[in-house]
Ligand binder design. Structure first.
Ligand SMILES: Cc1cc2nc3c(=O)[nH]c(=O)nc-3n(C[C@H](O)[C@H](O)[C@H](O)COP(=O)(O)OP(=O)(O)OC[C@H]3O[C@@H](n4cnc5c(N)ncnc54)[C@H](O)[C@@H]3O)c2cc1C
Ligand SMILES: *[C@@H]1O[C@H](CO)[C@@H](O)[C@H](O)[C@H]1NC(C)=O
Ligand SMILES: *[C@@H]1O[C@H](CO)[C@@H](O)[C@H](O)[C@H]1NC(C)=O
Ligand SMILES: *[C@@H]1O[C@H](CO)[C@@H](O)[C@H](O)[C@H]1NC(C)=O
Length: 536
């Protein structure tokens, strides 16, 4: 840029950019001219805009594809990608998206299980938030401003750099993006003590459908309510969040214990259902159940992973009182700092440096599918045995049980759009992952997970059969053009939000009547011509 500075007085920066960015594609030029017109000249948007013919386009697009099912040559691709480094880039993308009738997909960490942040059948562009990732910790206020493009690993790392006694209740996987995670709920192993991420948010900066930059005060309480669990992408682009930190003890205790059927896994899982949601709220015991081969025989392995917000002596006491059948021993317990427990929970070997939390990419990517359910009544031993049999028959599939209760039962269902509070004893995640390529293989695994989901019908929540928004599942209903009718959207909307769906529709109708922010599972606006309000 050194040669340009001398002519700056004569040529406006705006014109200069138009000259330097002219390409051989007239449509691209038109897009770029629009983007440049609406963004601040001091932050040239051309340097963060990637068209398909740019060598940077494939690596940027692929960088945050966290499910190989959507990394194929047949996966629909965006017309272009803007990776904002300044809020004016977001505003310009919205104004030009509107002008050219391009739908916007917003991607922060790209962990959407069904790829809705970066795949669509309609013509679309991606606003890729990964460059916006500052984490500013205010120790005095015990709060943090964290940008949407940060990962929760970066957030945890930032907190731990400043304090040994503060933490934040969010997810277990450090590469998850703050943008999607917080706007969809956000749960982790401190949820029984502190609730979800959305229960600990103080403020947010959002760019609305008019391109205005709003904070909590200027957006109002309705919109602020909606983005804390209703999914951000129906309402605007969330730029950053202000969160309230929570106290963690200097020493926490973890354990990981496995039991197979031969080691009474059924009895222990059965009993777990009665106690895990009622015990001490500082204790979170997750169970991962999967079929495994042991000594040539198929069996079921139940892996118990725990975090306790206290030392091992206290933990042994709690377990002895509430869950003696488990037979936890002192040798199975490990004391460590909260930040080390984050690493332990993500299966890093003890002693791994906390710097790994800054790695934005996980290990080998896989093809995958996830689904979710809520359990409200313990499942009998006979029925658990039936489930194990089904899982061994289906093969490569796992169920993860996450206990609720504690703080989760104290927060009202209408406090945030996330409605799965009192009355739920645990949540199930269904997971199947594979490494082989090919449509046939994929269909086989999709069939396996759907069959287990069908099999589970009698044992899980009913009318509606509930799902967790952050475990995105297009099987429960979508509209590919984002113009679902109210009645169509309600099918999946009530599974994710129960009675809160109607309030989300009200907020949507108020803040984005023309349904600009739409995608395959977006909240419909009753005022929009792109949303049909017919068929009730
Ligand atoms: C390996 C793995 C582990 C996980 N572990 C947990 C866990 O422990 N706990 C848990 O609760 N969930 C977990 N999840 C689910 C995760 O919370 C969701 O997938 C979450 O939506 C991911 O956020 P993201 O920003 O990475 O995703 P993205 O794919 O970028 O976005 C997800 C959705 O949010 C929208 N969105 C993203 N950024 C913004 C923004 N800035 N403004 C408006 N809308 C936005 C997207 O458009 C999309 O609709 C896990 C997922 C994976 C893949
Ligand atoms: C995604 O696809 C591209 C293009 O085929 C390929 O180069 C890349 O390695 C793939 N990513 C992963 C993680 O397999
Ligand atoms: C469990 O508690 C009982 C009393 O309630 C006590 O007798 C026993 O020794 C305890 N066991 C362990 C392992 O602490
Ligand atoms: C949604 O949009 C698509 C594509 O424009 C159109 O074919 C479809 O009929 C629309 N659906 C409704 C319910 O309006």
């Amino acid at each position: 840029m050194s040669t340009t500075s001398s002519i700056q007085p004569f040529v406006s920066i705006f014109l200069l950019h138009l000259l330097t960015m002219a390409t051989s594609d007239p449509l691209q030029d038109t897009y770029l001219q629009c983007l440049t017109l609406y963004s601040e000249p001091s932050h040239p948007i051309s340097t963060v805009t990637y068209f398909p013919n740019s060598p940077s386009y494939p690596p940027i697009l692929e960088s945050y594809i966290r499910n190989l099912r959507f990394n194929s040559t047949t996966t629909p691709k965006p017309s272009f990608i803007v990776a904002p480094t300044h809020v004016s880039h977001i505003q310009a993308s919205i104004k030009c998206g509107k002008r050219f009738g391009l739908e916007i997909r917003i991607r922060s960490g790209g962990h959407d299980y069904d790829g809705l942040s970066y795949v669509s059948e309609v013509q679309f562009i991606i606003l890729d938030m990964f460059m916006l990732r500052s984490v500013v910790v205010d120790l005095e206020d015990e709060s943090v401003w964290v940008d949407s493009g940060s990962t929760i690993g970066e957030l945890y790392h930032g907190i731990a750099q400043k304090s040994k006694i503060l933490g934040f209740p969010a997810g277990v996987c450090p590469t998850v993006g703050v943008g999607g995670h917080f706007s969809g709920g956000g749960y982790g192993n401190m949820m029984r003590r502190f609730g979800l991420s959305v229960d600990n948010i103080l403020d947010a900066i959002i760019v609305d459908a008019e391109g205005r930059v709003l904070d909590r005060k200027s957006m109002g309480e309705d919109l602020f309510w909606a983005i804390r669990g209703g999914g951000g992408a129906s309402f605007g682009v969330i730029v950053s969040w202000k969160i309230k930190l929570v106290p963690v003890p200097e020493v926490v205790t973890v354990f990981r214990v496995e039991k197979t059927l031969e080691q009474s896994a059924t009895d222990i899982v059965h009993q777990w259902q009665y106690v895990a949601h009622k015990m001490h709220d500082g204790l979170f015991i997750r169970v991962v159940v999967s079929p495994v081969k042991r000594k040539g025989q198929m069996t079921i392995r139940a892996k118990f992973n725990a975090l306790f917000l206290g030392n091992s002596e206290q933990l042994l006491d709690v377990m002895n009182q509430s869950f003696p059948e488990f037979g936890l021993t002192g040798e199975q317990c490990m004391e460590m700092s909260w930040i080390d427990s984050v690493l332990f929970w993500y299966n890093y070997p003890v002693g791994t440096s906390v710097e790994v939390l800054l790695q934005r990419h996980g290990s080998a990517e896989k093809f995958l599918k996830r689904k979710s359910d809520y359990v409200q009544q313990p499942i009998s031993k006979v029925d658990l045995e039936g489930m194990w049999k089904k899982m061994m028959e289906l093969g490569k599939i796992a169920l993860t049980f996450n206990p609720y209760g504690g703080k989760m039962s104290e927060i009202s269902e209408v406090e945030t759009p996330f409605p799965h509070r009192a009355g739920n004893i645990y949540k199930i995640q269904y997971s199947v992952s594979w490494k082989e390529e090919g449509e046939d293989v994929a269909n086989r695994y999709l069939d396996v997970i759907r069959r287990l989901y069908d099999y589970m019908t009698p044992y899980v929540s009913k009318s509606p059969r509930s799902s967790y928004l952050n475990y995105r599942d297009v099987d429960i209903g979508v509209n590919g053009a984002g113009n679902a009718t109210y009645a169509e959207a309600r099918i999946w909307g009530e599974k994710y939000f129960k009675g809160n769906f109607d309030r989300l529709v009200e907020v949507k109708t108020m803040v984005d009547p023309n349904n600009f922010y739409r995608y395959e599972q977006s909240i419909p606006s009753l005022a929009s011509s792109t949303t049909s309000i017919m068929s009730e």
